[in-house]
Design a protein around this ligand. Structure first.
Ligand SMILES: Nc1nc2c(ncn2[C@@H]2O[C@H](COP(=O)(O)OP(=O)(O)OP(=O)(O)O)[C@@H](O)[C@H]2O)c(=O)[nH]1
Length: 209
């Protein structure tokens, strides 16, 4: 076992029947960030190439409560649907990524500032002296390698995410767009992601020109 590979003693697995189908839930404590994460595995993935994968950053407000100001909740559902349609794939749900790594309280502070001062998702963090993105994709890479997945098609609009996984030894053979329809409530968020964070969101061009 290399210094940063997963220790089987920190992993627990069970079947998880969901309304979409039955996944294998692989919960693990990452040896580096010491956080608990989970990989939802659908179908056989061990040794397969170009497995359909989503590395999903925790967003309690969007994922659990259906908040509309970001598209996180819609992306979570769409990624799981795509994996089930494909018949195989992995969704890694990354804890500690809340607010792009600043945490829930700080994220909610940025949301309040966006509402109060009209700042976007980037400037609201900077205004508070917080980093814009401090996510580490090491835990996603480590659990994928543990599952025997070395090459993936990554469902993401974020080129940095693909590069980060690649640097951790996961071959990203392609990026699969995960484009959610823009809504009035998330238009500002999506626009800032396109214009300031370099996300590929071509469908916005039709909406925004
Ligand atoms: N700091 C901050 N974080 C936010 C805000 N809205 C959503 N988030 C967090 O952003 C993270 C998701 O990152 P995004 O930038 O939306 O998208 P991404 O994961 O980089 O890219 P995709 O793979 O295409 O989804 C989640 O952890 C959310 O909690 C916000 O206004 N401020």
């Amino acid at each position: 076992m290399s210094e940063h590979s997963m220790d089987p003693a920190s992993v627990a697995e069970s079947e998880l029947a969901t309304r979409r189908g039955t996944f294998r839930a692989v919960a693990f404590r990452d040896p580096v960030d010491d956080q608990e994460h989970v990989a939802l595995v659908f179908g056989e993935v061990l040794g397969f190439e170009e497995v359909l994968v989503r590395a999903h950053s925790e967003c309690l407000t969007g994922d659990a409560f259906g908040a509309l100001r970001c598209e996180c909740g819609d992306q979570l559902g769409a990624a799981l649907d795509a994996i089930v349609r494909e018949g195989r794939g992995v969704l890694v749900y990354l804890r500690g990524h809340e607010g792009r790594g600043i945490g829930l309280v700080a994220k909610v502070r940025t949301l309040a500032l966006q509402d109060r001062l009209g700042l976007d998702t980037v400037d609201s963090a900077t205004e508070l002296g917080l980093p814009v993105d401090v996510r580490d994709y090491g835990p996603a890479a480590r659990v994928l390698l543990y599952l025997g997945v070395r090459s993936v098609r990554l469902m993401s609009n974020n080129p940095d995410k693909a590069r980060a996984l690649d640097e951790y030894g996961i071959k990203v053979m392609g990026r699969v767009p995960l484009l959610m329809p823009a809504r009035a409530e998330n238009l500002a968020y999506l626009t800032a992601k396109r214009d300031r964070l370099g996300h590929d969101l071509p469908h916005l061009d039709e909406t925004l020109g």
